[in-house]
Design a protein around this ligand. Structure first.
Ligand code: UD1
Length: 342
């Protein structure tokens, strides 16, 4: 059984990825500082897969803790690095927190990889690197746009740091997966997205409004140059996204990569407006969503969706879930979580 380290493994995408890796019989070490997630997630992973992953509470931004961790686990074959802060607004208010955590964590991990001969890294990147692309759908060849937040900047800089480290150490190989908008939850409703406080992202805000925790959803911007005037994104089921990480890990472990650093967009290839998401959610949940139309949210791009050709052809992966089942999974998770935690 090959051992895979999943940093940030109790988080939203990390936990779904741990499940998919265990389904494929990898031995998973979940490592997380629990700053934005809880140990209960391990129960969910165990209930779904019948196996509890190994777990370490650790902050990879701390040099000594990182060194101690890798000394303790000498058999890791590859790393999927999710552990990072991701709130765009917070990153504007506390940029150093973002640069310190997201960049030091990555650098410590890369250093440990060279030191311990761990060859393969899958990095959690974001479509935010493209900003508002000139051409749609956004392909991996689209140039980076200046980042609109420190969070976005950490993703761009992280990709550059990885590139430099791969040049310095020819043993290393990496894949950066650029996520569009991950939403939804595992079909079991045992794991899902759990934002702290008021959600910034659309779908958690929708499900929390539908269940009555939030009064009204605000639709940010109705004057975009899109068919219904609201902004367009590419919403992808988190389980489809998680599966892509297994494809990436296998590509690395089997030395199938064409260059030491590869990049893949993870999206559905379809753009949906905010109003389309609301209507689809109402249809699948049967809940009428209270919402109001308000002004644009600063920093938002107008429209972006993925060119998935490279991921389909080269990685051999494609998103399978419909928007309906994806939104329904988010709703089932919200209902299940609230029923258990009221
Ligand atoms: C945001 C980040 C992105 C990050 C991702 C996941 C920006 C510019 N981008 O993506 O870097 O990787 O989250 O954390 O912040 N919306 C509403 N009402 C709401 C919430 C959102 O109308 O209450 C709209 C937004 O204006 C946007 C769409 O829904 O048009 C999606 O928003 P969101 O879920 O926050 O994702 P992004 O902004 O695309």
């Amino acid at each position: 059984m090959k051992q895979i380290l999943v940093t940030g493994g109790t988080g939203y995408i990390g936990s779904h990825t741990a499940v998919e890796l265990q389904h494929k019989s990898y031995e998973v070490i979940v490592a997380d500082n629990l700053s934005n997630s809880s140990l209960d997630v391990l129960d969910g992973i165990e209930q779904i897969t019948g196996k509890r992953p190994l777990f370490e509470q650790i902050d990879f931004a701390k040099d000594q803790a990182c060194r101690d961790f890798f000394a303790k686990y000498p058999n890791i074959e590859a790393i999927i690095h999710f552990a990072a802060y991701k709130a765009v607004g917070e990153s504007m208010e506390q940029p150093i927190k973002y640069y310190r955590n997201n960049l030091l964590g990555l650098m410590n991990i890369l250093e440990a990889m060279s030191h311990h001969g761990i060859k393969h890294l899958v990095f959690s990147s974001s479509a935010t690197v493209y900003g508002q692309p000139e051409l749609l759908p956004a392909s991996e060849k689209a140039p980076f746009q200046p980042a609109t937040s420190p969070y976005g900047n950490t993703k761009q800089i992280s990709e550059e740091i990885i590139q430099d480290c791969l040049q310095a150490d020819p043993q290393l190989s990496a894949i950066a997966l650029r996520y569009f908008n991950p939403i939804g939850a595992h079909a079991s409703a045992l794991i899902g997205e759990l934002p702290l406080g008021v959600p910034n992202n659309l779908v958690p805000f929708i499900t929390q409004t539908a269940i009555g925790i939030r009064g009204k959803l605000k639709v940010f911007g109705t004057d975009y140059n899109t068919p219904d005037g609201t902004a367009i994104r590419d919403y992808i089921h988190v389980v489809d996204l998680a599966k892509a990480h297994v494809y990436a890990i296998e590509r690395l472990l089997n030395n199938q990569f064409q260059t030491p650093f590869e990049f893949f967009n993870l999206g559905t290839g379809k753009g949906r407006s905010v109003l389309e998401i609301i209507q689809c959610f109402e249809r699948v949940s049967g809940v009428k969503l209270p919402y109001e139309l308000v002004g644009r949210r600063p920093g938002d791009v107008e429209q972006v969706w993925a060119d998935t050709e490279l991921a389909n052809r080269v990685l051999g992966w494609s998103a399978q879930s419909s928007l309906e089942e994806t939104l329904l999974s988010a709703w089932n998770w919200e209902k299940n979580y609230r029923a258990k935690n009221q």
